[in-house]
Design a protein around this ligand. Structure first.
Ligand SMILES: Cc1cc2nc3c(=O)[nH]c(=O)nc-3n(C[C@H](O)[C@H](O)[C@H](O)COP(=O)(O)OP(=O)(O)OC[C@H]3O[C@@H](n4cnc5c(N)ncnc54)[C@H](O)[C@@H]3O)c2cc1C
Length: 371
């Protein structure tokens, strides 16, 4: 089966890029492993989060910020093309600090971020307790303060994924489930992907298989060192609107549920939940917003983040096989708009511009900045 492009992985990263390729007039096949896979895109927290992205890598801050701005266009296009509203809003966001030490560390980090962005600027403010209370009246007495930035927002990641798949279909692309890529090969400028559903061929290949990228990359001259970091999420019953903007650890969805997240456990390859983490997430949430103490928790789940050694994304084009590209990141919701509306354009044009150099995996082989 011949296509203009093969995208391996139908999570948020692969689907966003495939949708972007369709917008460029290409017909991609999205090959996706299926329900047995560990899929970050179906278990995440839904923040479109910029304020703490890219310390030590200004290109990442720039990229995240551009994606946050482009989200307005992406959400509107998806609604227009599929009728699916993805619950996106960009009211700004706060990272709440519960101790003086947290507040001082946060203020230091945000200051460093502003310094590294130079003339481009970095819009944020450190807020004291009273200022946070004006934005979020439900906070508890233990809240010392917060960092605020206008770049942050949130979206419903499941509706986003569904809308991307629907938009791909509507524009003539194919999403093929239960099609794990078992082997990749290249002949001349044609890539072949072998799956249980047959062989797929195309002159362009995008590896966007999340944690699956590590095993696939070598066959096409790429290197994508990713590993899992488990995160657990709590969701509550729906309540009347209380939070007008997301915070780094909790947000209120469009439907009214409160989602509580932001745990990180390295060395776990399973998506089991654990009571200790859930308890500590709930405790911090209640310290931050005491009214949550009487809101019923409905469900918890866990999912695996797709992490690189320095936490920054990998975008690269194979030198050996220039039609092959890689895309991997740990903030696939935040970056969905940049993937759809910018990264895919470069893939369609056949070359990544020089400003993607900071995202090349060669940084793991040379000396590297760390996130
Ligand atoms: C708890 C948690 C909270 C998070 N919160 C946020 C947040 O608030 N904001 C944010 O921006 N990001 C967040 N993330 C990160 C975000 O979910 C991920 O960055 C994003 O989902 C990654 O998408 P992906 O498509 O790369 O990977 P995945 O969603 O893992 O998708 C990869 C796909 O590739 C397929 N695949 C793998 N191997 C193969 C193969 N050989 N052949 C075919 N298909 C294959 C799999 O089936 C899967 O569908 C969070 C993640 C977690 C776990």
């Amino acid at each position: 089966m011949s296509y203009d492009a093969i995208v391996v992985g139908g999570g948020l990263v692969g689907a966003a890029i495939a949708y972007g390729l369709c917008r460029e007039g290409l017909r991609p096949a999205v090959l996706d492993e299926g329900d047995v896979a560990l899929r970050a895109s179906r278990g995440n927290f839904g923040l479109v989060w910029v304020q703490s992205k890219g310390l030590g890598n200004p290109a990442y801050q720039r990229w995240s910020r551009s994606s946050s701005a482009l989200w307005l266009e992406l959400a509107a296009a998806l609604k227009n093309e599929t009728g699916i509203g993805v619950g996106h809003s960009r009211p700004g966001g706060v990272a709440i600090c519960l101790t003086q030490e947290e507040f001082a560390a946060r203020a230091r980090m945000m200051g460093e971020m502003r310094a590294q962005m130079g003339d481009e600027g970095f819009d944020y403010r450190m807020l004291d307790h009273g200022e946070v209370k004006e934005l979020l009246p439900g906070i508890g007495p233990q809240v010392v303060g917060a960092s605020w930035s206008p770049y942050d927002g949130h979206a419903n990641p499941l509706y986003t994924l569904r809308a991307l798949h629907a938009a791909i279909r509507a524009r003539g692309g194919h999403y093929i489930a239960e099609a794990k890529v078992d082997a990749l090969s290249v002949e001349g400028t044609t890539f072949s992907a072998d799956t249980a559903k047959g062989r797929f061929q195309a002159p362009r290949l995008v590896l966007a298989a999340g944690l699956g990228n590590a095993a696939l990359a070598d066959a096409v001259g790429l290197s994508i060192p990713v590993f899992p970091v488990r995160g657990q999420v709590i969701v509550t019953e729906r309540i009347a609107p209380r939070l007008r903007m997301p915070t780094l650890i909790l947000r209120q969805t469009e439907e009214g549920s409160i989602m509580i997240g932001e745990s990180r456990e390295e060395g776990r390859r399973d998506d089991q939940t654990g009571i200790d983490v859930v308890r500590s997430l709930a405790a911090r949430a209640i310290k931050t917003f005491p009214f949550l103490g009487s809101v019923r928790m409905l469900r918890t789940w866990a999912a695996l983040r797709v992490m690189t050694p320095d936490g920054f994304p990998v975008y690269e084009q194979s030198q050996r096989h220039p039609g092959a590209f890689a895309a991997t990141c740990h903030s696939g919701v935040t970056l969905a708009a940049a993937h759809a509306l910018r990264y895919a354009k470069h893939v369609a044009a056949g070359a990544l511009p020089e400003d993607f150099a900071p995202f090349h995996s060669r940084r793991f082989h040379d000396s590297v900045p760390s996130a």
